[in-house]
Write a protein that binds this ligand. Structure first.
Ligand code: ADP
Length: 374
């Protein structure tokens, strides 16, 4: 199939435009215009002559196929069987062909390629353009993963609920003590399902509003005190002392009150749940310098628990990512808490940073731009 000789004169052996009376190494003047057009295209683009030799290609194409050379033979240089077949088909039928191919090296990439035959003057040519489908495929994969994860997370407590209901209807029907115990477990499972649905809905609402920056001026000090007051019962249950340090002057950010409360609650709750062994959680509000040098508010939530190994840190804000799934479930976690925090902070023009070492506790810091005028 890739024997060069059998492909010479692509249009010469099939019905189609006549072969041009020119040498491919000396392009006619119209080729200069074609070359300029190819060079201007943002996507990888390659132009072939009737002999399947490269007449022009742009920098993006050279990055994709480093072996490209003017005058070289496409069937030797392009080592993609689907593409070679498409070129042959396009030449034979004079109709545009579309192929998709997948590359594993150096990283997974998907391409859609259009092979379009046309004539320039009397010269038959083929334009090959590449469309990188990788970002689209990644989004599709993420969406499929997300649906699979969410279904799995809901199915697990649901299966356990059904199991308990059957036991209560059958073997444990008359056993009051067992009934009480099972009902308590069922309540916990149902609560976890409700929290999961609540988190999923919050995530999608925040994503829908991602482009709208909240504008209400909010002083973070009373807001943080409110969050901590609400968590005192959990802190007492876990035997943890939770303290807030805030400056005298108000620190004002432009924000959505409910969302910021939710974000700080999630961070503080995680510190109380996963860092309980440290017996102490410190929340510090400070004014600091942002990455671009502008002033920002920083809310650092520090615990003294087991900390998080470095390999997990970059993935913590992924939906459903947990360091220890059993531990998270036992704590009533949904795996969505930090994803929510990240999205809330992003919508506020801020970000989340994490510092932790195994055995040294963890510090999650919310960075928020100050409200202009504060
Ligand atoms: P979850 O609902 O499981 O708590 P999150 O998104 O809030 O989900 O957190 C993701 C994971 O990050 C948790 O399951 C836990 O493994 C880890 N994690 C979060 N905060 C801490 C912390 N302060 N200390 C140790 N591990 C933490």
């Amino acid at each position: 199939m890739t024997d060069t000789a059998s492909w010479r004169g692509l249009w010469g052996r099939v019905s189609g435009p006549p072969e041009p009376a020119r040498s491919s190494s000396v392009p006619p003047s119209s080729d200069a215009a074609l070359q300029a057009v190819i060079a201007a295209l943002p996507e990888p683009a390659i132009l072939l002559d009737a002999e399947a030799q490269f007449v022009a290609f742009n920098a993006a194409a050279k990055r994709l196929v480093p072996a490209l050379q003017i005058g070289a033979q496409a069937f030797i240089t392009l080592r993609i069987p689907e593409l070679i077949e498409a070129i042959r088909q396009a030449a034979a039928s004079s109709t545009m062909q579309r192929v998709e191919y997948f590359e594993r090296v150096p990283i997974d990439r998907w391409y859609e390629v259009f092979v379009s035959p046309f004539t320039s003057g009397a010269a038959p040519m083929i334009l090959i353009t590449f469309n990188d489908l990788t970002p689209l495929r990644r989004v599709e994969e993420m969406r499929a993963d997300f649906v699979a994860n969410a279904s799995h997370e809901l199915r697990t407590p649901l299966a356990s609920l059904l199991g308990f209901i059957e036991t209560l209807q059958g073997p444990a029907k008359e056993d009051a003590a067992v009934r009480e115990r099972f009902l308590e477990i069922m309540r916990n499972q149902a609560t976890r399902m409700a929290r999961l649905i609540d988190d999923l809905l919050s995530l999608s609402r925040i994503e829908l509003n991602a482009h709208l920056r909240p504008s209400t001026p909010l002083d973070l000090t009373p807001l943080l005190r409110q969050v901590v007051d609400g968590l005192q019962t959990l802190a007492r249950d876990r035997g943890v002392e939770i303290r807030v340090a805030a400056p005298e002057q108000p620190l004002i950010v432009a924000g959505d009150r409910d969302e910021l409360i939710r974000a700080f609650e999630n961070l503080a709750e995680n510190a109380l749940k996963y860092g309980a062994s440290g017996k102490r959680v410190d929340i510090a509000l400070t004014r600091g310098a942002g990455r671009d040098g502008s002033e920002e508010a920083q809310v650092a939530v520090r615990d003294y628990g087991p900390g998080i190994a470095p390999e997990h840190l970059p993935r913590l804000t992924e939906r459903f990512y947990r360091v220890d799934v059993q531990d998270s479930r036992a704590q009533g976690g949904t795996g969505l808490g930090l994803a929510l925090v990240k999205h809330i902070l992003n919508r506020h023009g801020g970000r989340l940073s994490v510092e932790s070492t195994r055995g040294g506790g963890a510090t999650f810091t919310a960075h928020l731009p100050l409200h202009t005028g504060s």
